[in-house]
Design a protein around this ligand. Structure first.
Ligand code: HEC
Length: 198
């Protein structure tokens, strides 16, 4: 009798052992690819959290100060904006590191003056001709279109480039879904020339 109980207990144990080793209970559920609409939604979420509008969207002023101009979302430094003299006496080691204009789209510092780019899908002046690959490469290498000159401060490309491929593709899908705005952003001004602006 004793042996019979022992035999059946061992048999039960062996069956469970067999079952558990045959079926991998830890299999990950298959990851579903996002469709275009879901990518745009995630991209919008990342762009808002990532503060891209802070620098790439011109501002209008209300009772609480600067707000994004919703008619010019992410269109970069306005081409018709007059570039006024930079208060260079405030800049330098031990002083202020940078000054910005009222739109937060022009930034003067030791690198000269950089102007935030047009991120809307306008073909001649924005990112209309860019591919996902160009965008990812630009954000990962910190070079214009991934192969040109170094991107200037204060563009935080190293933070954006730390996103996963999937997130960067979503940011790009959102940018491509924006209303194209024709706005030719000026080229940066080199450091020695900022003293000459009157
Ligand atoms: C603190 C200001 C600032 C913030 C925040 C910022 N940018 Fe920029 N960005 C710039 C400036 C300035 C440039 C132009 C740099 C240059 O001319 O080299 C730029 C350039 C770029 C370019 C290169 C475009 C081109 O035509 O070469 C891309 C793409 C870009 N930014 C995307 C983004 C995205 C996406 C975000 C948000 C996740 C973002 N930026 C947030 C300031 C900023």
């Amino acid at each position: 009798m004793k042996y019979k109980i022992l035999f059946y207990s061992l048999l039960t144990f062996a069956s469970f052992f067999f079952l558990f080793t045959q079926f991998d209970c830890k299999t990950e559920p298959e990851k579903k690819e996002m469709n275009q609409e879901e990518m745009i939604k995630r991209g919008a979420y990342l762009v808002h959290f990532g503060g891209c509008n802070d620098c790439h969207t011109p501002k209008v002023y209300g009772p609480h100060g600067p707000m994004d101009d919703t008619t010019r979302i992410l269109s970069g430094h306005p081409s018709n904006e007059v570039i006024t003299a930079v208060p260079t006496e405030f800049l330098g080691p031990g002083k202020w590191a940078a000054v910005t204009n009222g739109h937060f789209t022009a930034w003067a510092g030791p690198w000269g003056i950089s102007f935030t780019k047009n991120l809307t899908p306008d073909e001649p002046t924005g990112i209309g001709t860019w591919t996902e690959e160009i965008f990812i490469k630009a954000m990962r290498t910190g070079k214009q279109m991934g192969f040109g000159r170094d991107l200037l401060p204060p563009m935080p490309w190293f933070n954006v480039g730390a996103l996963s491929d999937e997130d960067l593709k979503s940011v790009f899908a959102y940018l491509k879904s924006l209303k194209p705005i024709h706005n030719q952003v000026p080229e940066p001004i080199p450091p020695d020339s900022i003293y000459k602006i009157k």
